[in-house]
Design a protein around this ligand. Structure first.
Ligand SMILES: [Zn+2]
Length: 225
């Protein structure tokens, strides 16, 4: 129950939608219902063969791949991504994970959620891994454990921005390795990323995971560019 003090606080400092800056309702978090309805959804999860599945076909043996939203230059999704990645709003990443999980029911039972690891230096600088917060949002709806101690990032990869596509692929090869692999044996893992652009990071992560006997991998990205 809201106390008078809380209500006064909300009057003076209303919680605002990160997209339209209107005051949020009591049951709204980060994004108002109107803005939420307008987000460009891919609806990939309804298709067994969607563009993301085609993208990974032949590159890496995965069960399924989906992305929740379309990322376009200067659209609402790019604004949201910038906000949770560079403005410290990790709660927004959590909330977007939650919203995705409420709309998307995986067709096959998933045992574990694994975020794409950031390079430790980058994570230290940012203070968090946004993909881990997306995972926690998904997990809060699905009640599936999140493991951050299994997939690790090995070599320092310099920033991807501005690199040629070929260089990005080469840069990513063997960038990841696994630890505590025994917890993954026989499990269906959902590998979670924030935005798919070249796909090189996800392929490199999935390559490390499928080395473990009996592991099945599916992919979830919050958005696809
Ligand atoms: Zn709004």
């Amino acid at each position: 129950m809201r106390t008078i003090r809380n209500e006064l606080f909300c009057l003076i400092f209303p919680r605002l939608c990160v997209l339209c800056n209107e005051a949020l309702g009591e049951n709204e978090e980060q994004i108002c219902l109107q803005c939420l309805c307008k987000l460009p959804r891919t609806l990939f999860h309804r298709q067994d063969d969607n563009p993301l599945v085609w993208f990974f076909a032949g590159k890496i043996p995965i069960l399924h791949a989906t992305a929740f939203l379309y990322y376009r230059k200067k659209n609402a999704v790019s604004h949201l991504t910038h906000t949770f990645k560079y403005r410290g709003n990790k709660q927004l990443a959590f909330q977007l994970g939650r919203l995705a999980a409420l709309e998307y029911t995986p067709c096959r039972q998933i045992d574990l959620l694994i975020p794409v690891p950031l390079h430790p230096k980058k994570e230290k600088k940012r203070g968090y891994n946004q993909s881990e917060w997306i995972c926690m949002g998904l997990a809060s709806v699905w009640n599936i454990p999140v493991r951050t101690d299994v997939l690790r990032r090995k070599t320092p990869t310099s920033t991807q921005t501005g690199k040629l596509l070929h260089d990005r692929w080469r840069n990513m090869q063997n960038a990841f390795f696994t630890e505590n692999a025994e917890v993954l044996q026989g499990q269906h893992v959902l590998l979670v990323d924030d935005v798919v652009t070249s796909g090189s990071t996800l392929v490199a992560c999935a390559e490390a995971l499928v080395q473990i006997p009996g592991v099945r991998v599916s992919i979830f990205a919050l958005s696809i560019a």
